[in-house]
Write a protein that binds this ligand. Sequence first.
Ligand code: SIN
Length: 312
Amino acid sequence: MRSRIHILATGGTIAGETDPASGGTRYTAGVRSVDALLAAVPALSDVADISAEQILALDSKDITPADWLVIRAAAIHSLADPAIDGIVILHGTDTMEETAWFLHLSLPAGKAVVLTGAMRPADHAQPDGPANLLAAVRLAAGNAAQDTGVLVVMNETAHAARWLVKARSSGLDAFESCRPWRDARPDGRFSDLTISALPRVNLLPGYAGAPAELIDACVAAGARGLVLALTGHGSIPAAWLPALRRAKQAGVAILRASRCAGPVVRNTNADDDAEGWLSAGDLPPAKARIALMLALAAGWPDDALRTRLPGL
Ligand code: SIN
């Protein structure tokens, strides 16, 4: 039986068009409608029955946590339709790994959810968007994408939301994963959560001379959590300690992550137990931030934050 795949378009370079005033050096993401994108790929109808809706039209650098909730609501609505077998989400590549991971944790597991985008705008002489769209629909229409959670397809390669990173700013091979997508398992642990707004969690990088004042500024701005993208295996600059202790005292969750690939291990090179800090395990900072936002929204108690976040 033929599958029905529903497309949710959010903008991105896949829907981008060259800015004529730039002499061809710049483009604007999220201009072209989903109907125009589908019309450029007639082979889609050989693969599945297609329906589509335009839910956002953004450059993904401008996507906010409120937009994640819009995408999630549209996805939940589509996935609940018994006539729809899977969804494909068209998205800018810059924050694709964040949206994919948010959805991986917060959509019901079962039907295929595949994100794709493009590194070249739609009016490029050799756009990559049409092939990516076709590959994403093919993957969503098959059985293999149903037991993996949220996937991304770019440049003829599938990736799992958990391990995907945009590793390069240009080139068709911009995305990398540290593990094959077929190792991924569905998650959806926050799929029952009713969320009207996600708590503010800020990301602060560690670097030579990084100022401690930003910690107090985040707390003053209402942060409920801070994810620290620290050097090496998650080393806290000594100059940050007083501000971090003030933040903890104010009830802000402090999570140590690393700007390097690799794990940040609890109580290794930091007094996590004594200070009440959390650790990211091998979650990269941006994904640890999303996990913390969802865990705080779900009201996870301290011991769950301590023990369950690093295992995500
Ligand atoms: C964006 O992320 O929306 C622009 C860049 C891209 O899609 O490659």
